[in-house]
Design a binder for this molecule. Sequence first.
Ligand SMILES: *[C@@H]1O[C@H](CO)[C@@H](O)[C@H](O)[C@H]1NC(C)=O
Ligand SMILES: *[C@@H]1O[C@H](CO)[C@@H](O)[C@H](O)[C@H]1NC(C)=O
Length: 481
Amino acid sequence: MANPRWVFGLKTLLIFISLYLSLGSCLIADSLEDSTAQQKLDKVLKLPGQTFNVSFAHYAGYVTVDKNSGKALFYWFFEAAEDPDSKPLVLWLNGGPGCSSIAFGLAEEIGPFHIRPDGKTLYLNPYSWNLAANILFLDSPVGVGFSYSNTSSDLLTNGDKKTAKDSLKFLLKWLERFPQYKDRDFYISGESYAGHYVPQLSQAIVRYNKANKAKAINLKGYMVGNALTDDYHDHLGLFQFLWSAGLISDETYKLSNILCDYESFIHSSSACNDIMDVTSEEMGNIDPYSIYTPSCSASTGQAKWLRKRRLTVGQLSEKYDPCTEKHSVVYFNLPEVQKSLHVLPEAAPSKWETCSGIVSTYWKDSPITMLDVYRELIQEGLRIWVFSGDTDAVIPITSTRYSIDALKLPTVSPWRPWYDDGQVGGWTQEYEGLNFVSVRGAGHEVPLHRPKQALTLFKAFLAGTAMPVAASGSQQLISDS
Ligand SMILES: *[C@@H]1O[C@H](CO)[C@@H](O)[C@H](O)[C@H]1NC(C)=O
Ligand SMILES: *[C@@H]1O[C@H](CO)[C@@H](O)[C@H](O)[C@H]1NC(C)=O
């Protein structure tokens, strides 16, 4: 006789048994610390707006860096396009402080996926750095991009020290999840305020390896571009550049040198801030990150006025789009994009931003110089390269040259041009322990403006070889004429 109550009881029992079994298998998986299982979970299968297939695997997800406060850093990792097992691992960091490496590094500079102006579809970057290495993008620190903390006050206490500490924790745990990269040659690269993050994280790794008497992370070197390095020399070079590029008046040039002398870049006095406002007013509506290319607002105005002419310069506008940042804001706010990247809905920002105002506003420690870190790491024998796009008015080439000069390193190989397809790609000078490379015509984001030359630079850095000299054919041409 079927007793409805008994049936209910049996059902409940069965549910409990199956729950118990699935819980049991969870526990077993946990106890094995199945890194490959987590790798599989992080694998990105297909992105919305991706109309092409790719040869490489890529992964996105979180690494918890503090269980108690609920801090997790978001990463997106791309295996090299070919033969990832034989290629080094490279971490890329953008600056700000507060800017997302996914917004800038990945989506408009060195990553394989770039976003079209519709904000919905992707195209493949032919100069992606994953042609030469396995590339890991990290949104750092918490509050940046999809990186978060469940303790909201954590967003108000970010600074250089915490960033380095959390990034080191991230790396150690990430390598547990991807053990196939544990002994791999490892490099760090980045630009702008990552001029702080990159040497500081390198220092944290070197010190961690020493303290643990092991090469937990096989760090070989780092490379930074248009990097904040030394506030005094960076300021000196900044005003000199603004003046000699003809962007500011004589009077403002003199005043800024006086009012920002020995000031911090991040925590500057109101007098220095005020004169910086004047410089920006005098410069007008140009893109300070790339002073000779159209600024985003100007080009949208132009699009309406010069539609016909734009067609004739279509190739140019294909090549350089000043509004790339806007496209990623559309794309990364799409719920289906966040879903395919494994973003936790309950931890996602209400609106994804390329740079976090909160993170930069509440930034704590920001040492006025990185030169002491350089000195320590040069002693350690790391490969250190410093590059600069020479049309940047934010951390210009003059700043970088003054900062390098302050290290007083002996020259190994004197100043000379380097070549790309028979044209001068920029200039280079090799010092004992440091190699300087400029990229001609590139702005603050070198790989955005000069993608081909940037990939050449990246390959030379990884190989540890000098930048290319003129092809023998073109040298012949010069001596013949
Ligand atoms: C991508 O690969 C799938 C599976 O191999 C194939 O069916 C599809 O046609 C490919 N798409 C393109 C655009 O090549
Ligand atoms: C943060 O909180 C959310 C919602 O409770 C939770 O799903 C997530 O696992 C927490 N993150 C961390 C790193 O603890």
